[in-house]
Write a protein that binds this ligand. Structure first.
Ligand code: SAH
Length: 347
């Protein structure tokens, strides 16, 4: 069924024409949807007749609004982080997580791009439930709208770092970024958008071409082929050196600094030897390393590196000329790691 939240202004204009209305009605509908309005009754610049007509089509099941709604929320009262369990607006009970974070420069939402994930990273909760399906552009936008509605605050940055591999769902993610960027709507700058990939090289190349102003993050976690393949099966298809070459091409083409994410797993990838390898492999790339002490996911058997050791590693990298930070610990009060809320729900 077509969902209105998936549509661009142009598509909504066609939709309005198809209903026998003037095309500009489509733009009005787009703007209401962008503000989080989901009921035609509240679209007050449409005449009563038009609203009724739209409502009738909805009731006849010709189309739906789409998106999602908040099913559960956990708030960290100290730093304001809210972890949401979002229920998709679909027939089956389907859930993803989104995380709202407050920073000095504004509010960020971490958005999911798929229900489940195909990548199978050994330390990640999203891999445990298997892959269910891709989210549509409107379902990603829906997470932003539902979080704004719930918090009463505007979201001005998004990171596609929730559940799923965004470049395994490239076109829908691209559609989502374009909906956010729509100048008549939210007009979010591409510079405020970040996409994180486990290393799908074709996606990285396409992203450099399509969104040269957006930010790219690549999850590395280990810097040998053997070691990386053990915890990230995707490395067998797209090996490390080819991935780093694609990263260099990306920075050459966009002149944008790339972020390498490095999840620190106790005793697995946090030794002096690992730091040396990082320096050797990443030196000379226009990059920044974001160190993330692993959030424990019971089922995986891995533990996180201590914050103190993480800081040490960051210092050692900085000393060798590689910009590095330890990700701020957000939501420390909220129990459960990335992906845990959904896991509890589906078990
Ligand atoms: N699939 C994409 C985006 C989702 S994951 C990717 O792999 O980049 C976002 C980041 O969180 C990735 O760097 C991922 O490796 C990391 N991550 C996954 N599980 C984690 C955990 N339990 N603790 C800390 N970081 C984790």
């Amino acid at each position: 069924m077509k969902k209105l939240l998936d549509m661009t202004i142009e598509e909504l204009k066609e939709f309005a024409s198809g209903m026998g209305e003037k095309p500009f009605r489509g733009k009005q509908i787009f703007l209401w949807l962008q503000r989080g309005v989901r009921s035609f009754d509240d679209m007050t610049d449409l005449s009563k007749d038009v609203r009724q007509k739209l409502q009738n089509g909805l009731l006849r099941g010709e189309y739906a609004i789409g998106g999602c709604s908040v099913a559960d929320a956990q708030k960290d009262t100290l730093d304001g982080t809210i972890k949401f369990l979002m229920k998709m607006d679909s027939e089956q009970p389907e859930y993803v997580e989104s995380v709202f974070m407050k920073y000095k420069y504004g509010n960020t939402l971490c958005v999911s791009s798929q229900i489940g994930c195909r990548m199978g990273c050994r330390f990640c909760a999203s891999a445990l439930g298997g892959f269910v399906r891709n989210l549509t552009a409107g379902e990603m936008l829906g997470q932003v709208l539902a979080a704004e509605q719930y918090t009463g605050e505007a979201i001005n940055h998004i990171v596609v770092m929730g559940m799923g591999e965004p470049f395994d769902n490239y076109e829908n993610v691209a559609g989502f970024l374009r909906l956010l960027h729509e100048e008549n709507g939210r007009n979010m700058s591409y510079r405020n958008m970040t996409v994180s990939t486990s290393g799908l090289i074709p996606g990285i190349r396409k992203f450099a071409e399509d969104f040269p102003q957006a930010n790219l993050a690549i999850s590395l976690h280990r810097l040998t082929d053997k070691g990386r393949s053990e915890i990230m099966p995707v490395n067998k298809k797209y090996p490390l050196d080819e991935l780093l070459e694609a990263a260099r091409e990306y920075t050459d083409a966009t002149h944008r600094r790339i972020t390498f994410e490095y999840t620190l797993i106790k005793g697995e990838n946090d030794s002096q030897e690992d730091v040396k390898l990082m320096v050797k492999k990443l030196g000379g790339i226009l990059c920044h390393v974001n160190l993330i002490p692993l959030n424990k996911v019971e089922e995986t058997g891995f533990d996180g590196t201590s914050r103190q050791r993480a800081e040490e590693i960051a210092k050692a990298l900085e000393k060798s000329g590689i910009a590095a930070t330890v990700r701020r610990e957000l939501g420390g009060e909220i129990d459960g790691a990335c992906g845990q809320l959904r896991l509890k729900k589906i078990q």
